[in-house]
Design a protein around this ligand. Sequence first.
Ligand code: AMP
Length: 428
Amino acid sequence: MKYQIPKGLFDILPYAKESFKEVGKWQYLESIIKKLAIDYNFEEIRVPIFEKTELFLRGVGGTSDIASKELYTFLDKAKRSMSLRPEGTASVMRAFIENNLSQEKKIHKLYYMGPMFRYDRPQKGRYRQHHQLGIEVIGDKSFEIDAEVIDMLMTLFNRLELPNLKLLINSIGDLDTRANYKKALLDFLKPNFENLSEDSKARFDKNPMRILDSKDERDKKILKDAPSILDFLSDGAKKHFENLLNILDKLDIKYEVDSKLVRGLDYYDDTVFEVVSDKLGAQNSLGGGGRYNSLLKSLGGPDLSGIGFACGLERILQTMIEAEVYFPEKTGPFLYIIPIGKDAKDFSIKLAKDLRHHKISVDIDLNAKKIQKSLGLANKLNAKNALILADDEMQKKRASFKNLEKREQQEIKFEDLKNFIKDKFYKL
Ligand code: AMP
């Protein structure tokens, strides 16, 4: 084959049974997300697919894997460095600042959906273009809003009926907390430095807290006795975390405190959380997020704090498929017209135009030759009804209307056809 899709990308197709690449599954997931956004009163924001590279270096943090290794960067024709967005938060913050949205009101609840790009080694659950739902709440520092954001993520998964998920939660405190903790962690790791994995050795100076995230078995063994950041929380951070756990208990949201959860990005403070699935293997994170108190300010914006999450749509769909949860049937046209013969075809084309004018979905088998074969196609399309117009029926000016779900058939006179079909449609 001459042309092939680049590695790590995939097409989303009209037909791809049993796969997350089937567009109907995406449409269903997107409809659930849109309803969720309405129910929690979030507004949509759409930001560009690429930005100036420096935004991501600043916004995501230059020491994170996403910004240091995985950016899709290119020079435009004026030799400016641009990058495809690897996540949404930096762009949303840029748009928020640039468009002065803080003037509009005090608290902003925003969501976005779309593709993200990361130059990573492709494998199951990890693609070079993947899709995220992300939300950001800007202008509210309370633990109650942390709880609402977490509740929203868990409600999404509940509505999709995803089983066996685990919500991990942690607090990484404020800047002081982390400065003190980093020192204690480095002191603890120093005698074990030679035994750390190569990745962790590289992180030792640049971003030691990320070592806690390591999936390497040797690292995990060493880290078992590492100091816990929860012992280093300032009084304020501790109170925030306790209050948050309290409210989660009251909302009956189950969680597991994981003091080693730090998340990949540099900008988080206080609350961090992640939802993992036991159905996904190595790439088991469905989504996660956290609070960021200084990101907006550090990008030149107002001193407002935020909290958000992002979740991966491919992994959500994959989990749904593996858990065999419900996806709605693909809906086909309301009516599939099967004309046999030239006169029948002419009549059908006009009828279809008329019905479509009334917003009734219609398709015609313009190549119809054998009724049985065309009925097979109608079933494949999930059409609700079929209208058969064969030559002898043309002479009698009658058509057979077939309800494909109930398997009932009746003869309808031409002059009654339009009203009959409209009646059926509007009674749905
Ligand atoms: P992150 O910003 O890395 O926390 O990503 C948010 C979510 O997006 C993750 O929890 C995954 O579900 C999903 N995700 C991240 N990177 C990829 C990728 N390369 N391929 C597919 N899904 C991804």
